[in-house]
Design a protein around this ligand. Structure first.
Ligand SMILES: Nc1ncnc2c1ncn2[C@@H]1O[C@H](COP(=O)(O)OP(=O)(O)OP(=O)(O)O)[C@@H](O)[C@H]1O
Ligand SMILES: O=P(O)(O)OC[C@H]1O[C@H](OP(=O)(O)OP(=O)(O)O)[C@H](O)[C@@H]1O
Length: 206
């Protein structure tokens, strides 16, 4: 039996595969996978899904391990074992608003793909806000007047800058994480230990 690893499609998939290859695992069957969502290599089964679905497959034990952004874990709090940080997918969570516009004194409206993280951020500040959930291109919301500000991921800051927004506060730093199904870690210990160890060795000491 091969361990099953669920990968977040897109950005993290690319970065994970480069990292995995640097650990000398053969990833050649994954390089020309086309639109296939399930691919086997010599040592593993890989499945490809959206971040939040990666956590669902791992929580249900369909996948033993998952590669997912820490932002997804913070937002959805899945019942998985948060095994270790990985040295890619680094980004921050920030509150941003239009440059040169005064932050209104009334109750504010904040747009985000992360309503739970947003509410928790303002709860800790003792402020009550209305949160509008969006699925992407969140930077549009203040420009179009849907919200006073946004809570979103920032990496280079280019998206904010090119849309006339500025950071008001940064409040979390994230990276990709390796998560595990809680039972798999016990029941498939011998199968998973070598890969977990290899991933761990590949993570530079902070
Ligand atoms: N600009 C970024 N720079 C670095 N890491 C990012 C950035 N945006 C997102 N991430 C990280 O990568 C993960 C996957 O992001 P990605 O944009 O590939 O998918 P997504 O935002 O879930 O949306 P979709 O699949 O709908 O495009 C996020 O959960 C986050 O941890
Ligand atoms: O600071 P930057 O390097 O510009 O990166 C930040 C952008 O990246 C993410 O969006 P993504 O590309 O995932 O698109 P989305 O808006 O559709 O989620 C995030 O939501 C920001 O919009």
């Amino acid at each position: 039996m091969k361990p099953c690893i669920a990968l977040t499609k897109g950005r993290l998939e690319k970065q994970f595969l480069e990292f995995f290859q640097s650990l000398e695992y053969d990833i050649s069957p994954l390089l020309n996978k086309g639109r296939k969502l399930r691919v086997e290599t010599e040592d593993f089964q890989f499945v490809f899904a959206k971040g939040v679905d990666v956590t669902t497959y791992v929580e249900h034990g369909i996948a033993d391990l998952g590669i997912v952004g820490e932002d997804i874990l913070a937002e959805f709090q899945p019942n998985v074992y948060n095994l270790l940080p990985l040295p890619f997918g680094k980004c921050r969570m920030a509150l941003a608003a239009e440059a040169g516009i005064d932050w209104p004194e009334r109750k504010r409206t904040i747009a985000s793909k992360y309503p739970n993280i947003t509410k928790e951020f303002f709860r800790r500040k003792g402020e009550s806000v209305d949160v509008v959930k969006l699925e992407g291109s969140v930077e549009l919301a203040p420009i179009l007047g849907l919200a006073d500000g946004i809570v979103d991921i920032v990496e280079t800051g280019t998206t904010l800058k090119e849309n006339g927004l500025v950071i008001k506060e940064e409040f979390h730093q994230y990276s990709a994480r390796c998560i595990a199904n809680r039972s798999s870690l016990i029941l498939k210990k011998d199968l998973l230990a070598p890969v977990v160890e290899a991933l761990q060795k590949g993570v530079p000491i902070q």
